[in-house]
Design a protein around this ligand. Structure first.
Ligand code: ATP
Ligand code: MG
Length: 352
């Protein structure tokens, strides 16, 4: 399997083709249907209600958070709540400032402009956006060189909704021009259970509460992964069971797909196993660990490790990768006992 293409993984946070096809049907349509993210939801509810009461266009909104947590979904909800049309584009799609000018100048009053991956916009487009956000105006440059002139163009008031997985990469002047920033967190298991039961209803699949809990626990805090695992479990329930998703059906199905009780997949477990079994829990250098699992350094570092670190199973230290006690427990292994002479056991044996 080619792990470099992350979307090969059933637990990949990014959308694959099938996700894109079914996600539209599973998207909550208003704030009431949107599960979890209590803080962001409450704050956004106030922002939108107040704007509606004033009969005004809502302030610009920035949504940040990991892939699959509901940024695109929330942007559509913002438009729906405001009763406004939505235009969808993305940072990488806007190569030139002119591309952005064309979009901005065709917006209707009150329209929501959803700019996905806003951190990947080109510099000149970004600068044009500053002015558009603040003054609802752009300068369209006509001609080249000394003869070039800037023609100011008034824009109707609109709401920019920017989404980014990397809020830290946004230049401060851009960040400051948003009236409201919502940071999306990973979901608690109980929230994912609600997502799963709601999706099962829409997909017309019977699921019992324990079945939903079983899938939720393996979904890595991410609704997109929860919905994807649900679809695979549904397949299994349909082919091998009587169509009903119980705890046992969910657990057996996800075993088939090699997603364990905590949401680790084969790659995650291979990394942990090598760390524990070959290197006594570390510290071991990233390169050594990567060779041991037969993967590229980048794959281990960018694909497997973030979730292992987030789960408290692996730590990145200056001396190398180290397994935590939770890692030993998760794989059902016993950490080696080092002698009581304070020498630190195997530490320092493996290069970084
Ligand atoms: N709070 C939620 N309640 C119910 N379903 C949700 C929620 N958040 C996300 N989902 C579901 O998860 C899927 C992915 O959500 P969405 O596309 O909005 O994520 P995203 O943050 O935009 O991801 P990306 O960064 O990859 O663009 C959608 O199918 C959506 O229905
Ligand atoms: Mg999105």
């Amino acid at each position: 399997m080619n792990w470099d293409d992350e979307t090969d993984r059933i637990v990949a946070p990014a959308a694959d083709g099938e996700d894109t096809a079914v996600e539209a049907a599973l998207r909550p349509k208003d704030l009431g249907e949107f599960v979890g993210q209590e803080k962001v939801r409450q704050q956004l509810d106030l922002v939108l209600k107040a704007a509606r009461q004033r009969g005004a266009t809502a302030d610009h909104v920035l949504l940040s958070g990991a892939p699959g947590l509901g940024k695109t979904t929330l942007s559509m909800i913002i438009a729906a709540e405001m009763g406004a049309p939505i235009r969808i584009t993305s940072g990488p799609a806007i190569q030139h400032a002119g591309d952005l000018a064309a979009i901005l100048s065709s917006l209707q009053e009150g329209e929501v402009l959803f700019l996905d991956e806003i951190h990947r916009m080109s510099r000149p487009a970004e600068e044009m956006l500053y002015m558009a956000m603040e003054d609802f105006r752009v300068d369209v440059i006509v001609g080249k060189g000394p003869g070039a002139t800037a023609i100011p163009l008034e824009l109707p008031p609109f709401t920019l909704v920017g989404a980014t997985t990397r809020a830290g990469l946004l230049p401060p002047p851009l960040r400051d021009r948003f009236g409201f920033t919502g940071h999306m967190e990973f979901y608690a298991p109980g929230e994912l259970e609600r997502v799963i039961r709601r999706s099962a209803g829409l997909l017309d699949v019977e699921i019992d509460p324990a079945g939903a809990a079983e899938i939720a626990g393996r979904s890595r805090g991410t609704p997109r992964i929860a919905n994807r695992l649900l679809r695979r479990v549904r397949d299994y329930a349909q082919v091998r069971a009587d169509g009903v998703i119980t705890r046992e059906v969910a657990a057996t199905a996800l075993q088939v797909y090699e997603v364990d009780g905590r949401g680790l997949d084969r790659l995650d477990r291979a990394v942990l196993e090598a760390l524990l079994k070959l290197f006594g829990g570390g510290p071991v250098g990233l390169s050594t660990l990567a060779v041991a699992v037969g993967e590229e350094r980048e794959t281990v570092e960018e694909v497997a490790e973030p979730f292992l670190v987030r789960e408290g199973l692996l730590a990145r230290t200056p001396r190398g990768r180290v397994a935590t006690p939770a890692a030993w427990a998760h794989l059902g292994l016993v950490p080696p006992q080092h002698g009581g002479n304070g020498s630190g056991g195997q530490q320092g044996l493996f290069g970084v």
